[in-house]
Design a binder for this molecule. Structure first.
Ligand code: SAM
Length: 326
């Protein structure tokens, strides 16, 4: 579509992510009863994509759960999801699908105002979702009223509209919605920083480094753009005008680790999806998902899984959060 600008294309990547989660939920890989509210036209994904969605879902939710349960349960913890799109994790936590009973937390989600407006409107229309919110309030995003940029706030949930490339503005919105720099915080980037130029993503990490006390960063994104599979992956995205701006700056597990080490973060690990797949926390679960669909493209699966990394970084050593491992 010649009328689509670069940002529209990036926003469109959220549809892919949501449709893949819906496919995995429908087939029984993951237990997400809420994703369907965000999908207009479901598409069944091939087995290797569903398996990838499963591993990603398990790995990230495991960290979220461990983080929320770490330290003193009654002390407030924060999660900030950068480029959250139509992620449903907040609702999974509220419904006990990711069990963390009795934990005091606030969940912030950031995305472009257009995305946040859409998400807020879906949430308000769906009783199943709306009733999970605790005294919600609605407001305009700064500067985007004419584009219908509606934010949504509640006691433990805030949807914030803004552009990650203008982080100062986002930092103001976070503060407005009650972000506390002294509360332990988990930042999540699930296929997001990779769309930003390296200077923009490092600018965000630098702000986090300088403005929070105890924090973790959980990152999931593509790596290895230069081997044969990686080149095809990049070319297929280019055909859809999608550019992974960050991938050449952080092309390997080691460079992903270094982006945090450079800022003197204390503890950083990065693994690919093959490693997570080959060391499951539950053999029974692996048996269960292997019975859902036949996965006969094992070689293709291994190649695909080698091109996605999960990194977990902890800024400081003293808060107990650095004990969380992937
Ligand atoms: N994290 C979600 C998930 O994993 O399902 C969505 C991932 S989607 C591939 C990338 C998301 O990042 C989109 O929702 C997009 O709008 C958002 N995004 C990308 N660049 C952004 C920017 N500069 N400012 C705000 N959001 C951005």
């Amino acid at each position: 579509d010649p009328w689509q600008n670069e940002d529209d294309v990036v926003r469109g990547t959220n549809d892919d992510a949501t449709i893949s989660r819906m496919s995995a939920a429908t087939l029984g890989y993951i237990d997400d009863p809420y994703v369907r509210f965000f999908v207009k036209k479901p598409i069944r994904r091939p087995p290797i994509i569903n398996r990838g969605s499963y591993i990603r879902y398990q790995a990230l939710n495991h960290v979220v759960q461990r983080f929320l349960q770490s330290g003193d349960a009654s002390s407030k913890k924060q999660i900030v999801s950068l480029g959250a799109g139509f992620d449903t994790r907040y609702f999974l936590l509220k419904a006990g699908k990711i069990p963390v009973s009795g934990v005091n937390f606030k969940y912030f989600e950031i995305d472009f105002p257009e995305m946040i407006a859409k998400k807020a409107s879906i949430i308000r229309r769906r009783t199943e979702l709306a009733t999970m919110l605790d005294s919600p309030t609605v407001g305009m995003c700064s500067g985007n009223a004419e584009r219908g940029g509606m934010e949504l706030g509640s006691a433990d949930y805030a949807l914030i509209g803004g552009d990650l490339r203008h982080w100062d503005n986002i930092a103001d919105r976070l503060a407005y919605h009650g972000f506390q720099s002294d509360a332990p915080t988990l930042f999540i980037s699930e296929c997001v920083l990779i769309y930003l130029a390296p200077e923009d993503s490092q600018n965000i990490l630098k702000w986090i480094t300088e403005n929070t006390q105890s924090c973790l960063f959980l990152l999931y994104e593509q790596i290895l753009p230069d081997d044969a599979f990686g080149k095809v992956m990049i070319r297929n995205l280019k055909l859809r005008n999608i550019e992974l701006k960050g991938i050449h700056a952080y092309p390997t597990l080691d460079t992903q680790v270094q982006r945090f080490k450079q800022l003197s973060w204390h503890d950083v690990h990065a693994v690919d999806i093959n490693t997570l797949h080959d060391h499951p926390s539950s053999q029974e679960e692996m048996k269960r998902i292997s019975q859902l669909e036949l996965l006969d493209e094992l070689e293709e699966w291994r190649l695909l899984a080698a091109h996605y990394c999960v990194a977990l970084a902890s800024k400081s050593a003293n808060e107990g959060v650095s004990e969380i491992k992937l």
